[in-house]
Design a binder for this molecule. Structure first.
Ligand code: G4P
Length: 529
């Protein structure tokens, strides 16, 4: 096997999806700890107060003490080279969060055991399903009172529509959390709650048939466990790696990230079950990651990461071959050969200059304003283009007006550039031109980012008037007379910059009504690029 093939086979690139507070950061910290990437758990993102110190990213980020950008962490563990893509939550949830999932080969879904499946998880999950990537579930916080595990499993299956296969099973939760049962090994890992604020817990492994099990986990817990094992064996789907890798079956693990219970087992199983870098579709068919030529696509463009330079960083996912610093590549959409300068990679929280990287890795390169989201770079003799990244549905809309009408030109330039980076989407009234601009964003923070950037970079002040719409659908039919579509009173017809027609709705139920009223109308939640 060539060295390049070897390197690519070591790669595992995944995203962690969850609702804020489910424990994504804590779990990531524990993963990094195993990889030896950091010495101290707690320093992944420099959370809360210490965040300012570690981040020189956008001003707004500093002002608010939140992270606007999503990052990539790379570390080595047990012969694997692992890339974790961070998907930001809270107010900084944005289209970038979705796009990051386009660069992942699998997803780890963290669920808070006492809350079950929450809103943000559902949104991110849908994107993973669209891509057909494997999804692994970690039910976290079992050291706290949690919902009944059967109910949790049932909720994942019904709300998310994916079959599940528990790999381990919890014995109690909260004060009565006794550990987990490994269904394959038929062993129990006993959890001992930590004293004195100590965060790592002790654990001991015993066999299911151990004569002392009543003493170890308690007679009642033992009885319940035996019943539950029987129920599980009868009712749950069997483990099937092919279905897991096709994204049809989610292996489920229970544990506690904070106390580091069940984390390493999870990581090991996950690495065994997840895939090496996946092939990607292009206009000349599927491209194998092991193909000799280098290729990559841009999935994120980040403006002004470094305040000293007003420039942009284009993040790209390497899809095939090997990248060497300074190498000349063909930028397909720009129809030009270019040299990728200042390639960077994230190791834990530090940015490093990279000299080489392989399929599966993410690199950030200096962008003098030539890249757009979805662009392909390759060294193949016959250049090709990777499938575009879909446009994700914004959920907040506002009319935007510039305060000083003399600055029309800067205003249009600025707003178009920011839209090109993919931070916002801009639309127009269906029947009029650019005079009325409607901005759509996935997370409301993007409105502030837009306002701030137009002021600081383009010297244009704007006023945003929120609109009541919350749902958007792209019209997929090519041959439809949009003007004559029959819509409800809370629906608005708009178009994007390319002239594609869309509908925005205030109420979700209007979507169905409009579909019913217009036979053959095909609406989509994802826009084509
Ligand atoms: P997020 O990235 O998904 O938003 O969640 P994060 O890891 O920041 O965790 C959210 C809160 O939940 C944190 O508490 C964290 O310590 C706690 N937590 C994470 N995993 C577990 C777990 O397995 N058990 C228990 N009991 N708690 C867990 P916090 O008080 O909000 O933050 P901090 O002061 O601990 O940093």
């Amino acid at each position: 096997m060539s060295d390049i093939t070897n390197e690519i086979k070591k790669r595992r690139t995944f995203a962690i999806i969850s609702h804020p507070d489910a424990g994504k950061t804590t779990l990531t910290e524990k993963f990094l700890l195993y990889g030896g990437a950091i010495n101290l758990a707690g320093s992944v993102k420099g959370r809360k107060a210490s965040r300012h110190a570690v981040s020189d990213w956008m001003e707004i980020e500093k002002e608010r003490g939140i992270s606007v950008t999503s990052s990539v962490l790379q570390f080595n563990y047990d012969g694997y080279c692992i890339n974790i893509l961070d998907t930001p939550g809270h107010q900084d949830f944005s289209e970038d969060t979705y796009r990051t999932l386009m660069a992942a080969d699998s997803a780890v879904m963290v669920i808070d055991g006492s809350k079950g499946v929450e809103a943000q998880t559902i949104k991110l999950f849908k994107v993973c399903v669209m891509r057909g990537i494997p999804i692994f579930t970690f039910v976290n916080k079992m050291d706290r009172e949690a919902n009944d595990p059967f109910e949790l499993i049932d909720e994942i299956e019904t709300v998310l529509g994916i079959r599940t296969c528990p790999i381990n099973w919890p014995i109690g939760s909260g004060k009565n959390f006794k550990g987990v049962y490994d269904r394959q090994k038929e062993t129990i890992t006993r959890f001992y709650a930590a004293n004195n604020g100590q965060k790592e817990v002790d654990s001991v492994e015993v066999n299911l048939g151990d004569a002392n099990l009543d003493d170890i986990i308690g007679a009642e817990n033992h009885r319940v466990l035996m019943d539950e094992i029987e129920l599980l064996d009868g009712a749950s789907d069997e483990f099937d790696l092919e279905r897991v890798q096709a994204g049809k079956l989610s292996p489920v693990f229970f544990g506690s990230a904070l106390t580091n219970f069940g984390v390493e087992t999870f990581l090991r199983h996950f690495l065994d079950m997840t895939t090496t870098p996946l092939p990607r579709n292009s206009d000349v068919g599927e491209i194998s990651p092991f193909c000799d030529d280098f290729s990559a696509f841009v999935f994120k463009i980040q403006a002004n990461m470094n305040k000293a330079h007003r420039d942009r960083i284009a993040f790209m996912r390497i899809c095939s071959g090997k990248f060497d610093a300074g190498m000349e590549v063909f930028h397909v959409q720009g129809n030009k050969k270019i040299r990728l300068s200042q390639p960077q990679q994230m190791m834990a929280q530090e940015r490093h200059h990279v000299t080489e990287a392989y399929a599966g890795d993410i690199i950030g390169v200096f962008d003098p304003g030539i890249f757009s989201i979805g662009d392909t770079l390759c060294t193949a003799k016959k250049p090709f283009q990777y499938e575009g990244i879909p446009t994700f549905a914004p959920e907040h809309f506002a009319k935007v007006r510039q305060i000083d009408t003399m600055k029309r030109k800067q205003f249009i330039k600025g707003i178009e550039q920011i839209a090109q980076e993919g931070a916002i989407q801009i639309f127009q009234e269906f029947n009029t031109g650019m005079e009325e601009i409607i901005v759509g964003v996935v997370g409301v923070l993007q409105f502030d980012v837009l306002k701030f950037r137009l002021e600081s970079e383009y010297r244009v002040e704007i006023r945003l008037e929120p609109l009541p719409y919350e749902h958007i659908r792209w019209i997929e039919n090519d041959d439809i007379d949009v003007a004559s579509l029959s819509v409800t009173s809370d629906t608005k017809k708009i178009k994007d910059l390319k002239g594609n027609p869309l509908l925005i709705f205030t109420h979700p139920w209007s979507i169905r009504t409009v579909e019913e009223r217009n036979e053959g109308l095909k609406l989509s939640e994802f826009g084509r690029n």
